[in-house]
Design a protein around this ligand. Structure first.
Ligand code: UDP
Ligand code: MG
Length: 320
């Protein structure tokens, strides 16, 4: 399928009734001023307030507004994923609903994707209007993500991003992985990732939907995403190599202990009970952990053998 519009704007939202009319008006102003053909896809992630009524109202006034409503709150990643499946635009823009991201950035983001051929351009909230309790851990989060992923972005979790159509159609955002979309994109071969400094504004209405637990969960997600992207198709390489190391260490210590015992016995030196030697227990633990890691590797291999996605590759082009 080929995209038929210039721009799709995807907006995940949860309890943002006050912001929506203002956001809609601003978006329409910017998009029509640049003569884009567009659609605005608002994904209501199970709001408890009247957000969905507001969306229906907007959709009845403007046929470019499309609403999707979940039965319950599934999270921002789920909302983005569902929005991505519905898009029809050459350039896909995601933005938060809370008016912290400015629609004025869209034309420049559009240009970066179409003219400069970026796969993904991430916003960088260089000057943030958020409390210190949020900006400080964010610095650490971005540093860690840069380290693990090798992608040099300053601000991974900015809600304002632009993508090529084929990128959003080929990546899967799941769990709470919306923080790591650039990482997912890169691992799927969409490596031309850029950055644009964007204006960031203080939240006007409502409250933030993420607390401090985002940093713990975010770090765990970083570990999973790094592991999964590297070893999804070859888990034995991960578990097996650690298993070999551990098993070898245990095996060598055991050999050392036996050699020592034989040497001392041959020379009639004082012999210690093997259970009185701490090294013996270390060897035992290392051998057991080594075997366990191997087992984990085998099980993971069998699981991935059964995965229907084990031979899923993205094909860039074909000649037939
Ligand atoms: N959001 C969502 N589902 C959720 C939580 C948040 O769709 O479960 C939306 C929210 O309505 C907003 C965006 O995700 O449009 C970013 O959320 P928020 O502004 O609370 O995050 P922050 O700016 O504090 O990082
Ligand atoms: Mg916000």
């Amino acid at each position: 399928m080929q995209p038929t519009l210039d721009v799709s704007v995807v907006i995940p939202l949860f309890n943002e009734e006050e912001s929506l009319p203002e956001l809609h008006e601003w978006l329409v102003r910017v998009l029509s001023a640049h003569q884009f053909s567009y659609e605005i896809i608002m994904v209501d992630d199970g709001s408890k307030d009247s957000s969905w009524q507001v969306i229906k109202q907007l959709a009845s006034q403007n046929s470019c507004v499309k609403g999707i409503s979940f039965t319950r709150n599934y999270g921002k990643s789920a909302a983005l994923h569902t929005g991505f499946q519905a898009v029809n635009g050459k350039v896909v823009i995601t933005m938060d609903a809370d008016l912290q991201d400015s629609p004025d950035e869209i034309p420049e983001l559009y240009r970066l994707i179409t003219d400069e051929n970026f796969d993904l351009v991430s916003g960088w909230k260089k000057k943030r209007h958020d409390p210190l309790s949020k900006t400080l851990p964010t610095k650490l989060f971005n540093y860690m993500t840069r380290l693990f992923s090798g992608i040099y972005l300053h601000d991974f979790n900015c809600g304002l991003k632009a993508y090529k159509y084929k990128v959003v159609k080929n990546i899967e955002v799941y769990g709470e992985m919306h923080r790591y979309i650039p990482v997912i994109a890169k691992w799927n071969g969409f490596g031309k990732i850029g950055e644009k400094v964007v204006e960031h504004r203080a939240r006007k209405y409502g409250t933030t939907k993420f607390g401090l637990e985002r940093f713990v969960n975010g770090f765990l997600d970083l570990l999973s995403i790094t592991f999964v992207t590297r070893f999804k198709k070859r888990p034995m390489h991960f578990f097996g190599s650690m298993g070999i190391l551990s098993f070898l260490a245990g095996f060598m210590i055991t050999c050392g202990l036996i050699a020592e015992k034989m040497y001392k016995a041959a020379h009639q030196l004082h012999l210690r009970d093997v259970t009185a030697q701490p090294l013996f227990f270390l060897a035992l633990v290392a051998l057991i952990i080594g075997t366990q890691l191997f087992l984990a590797g085998f099980l993971a291999e069998m699981i991935s053998l059964n995965s229907p996605k084990r031979n899923d590759y993205l094909i860039e082009e074909k000649t037939y």
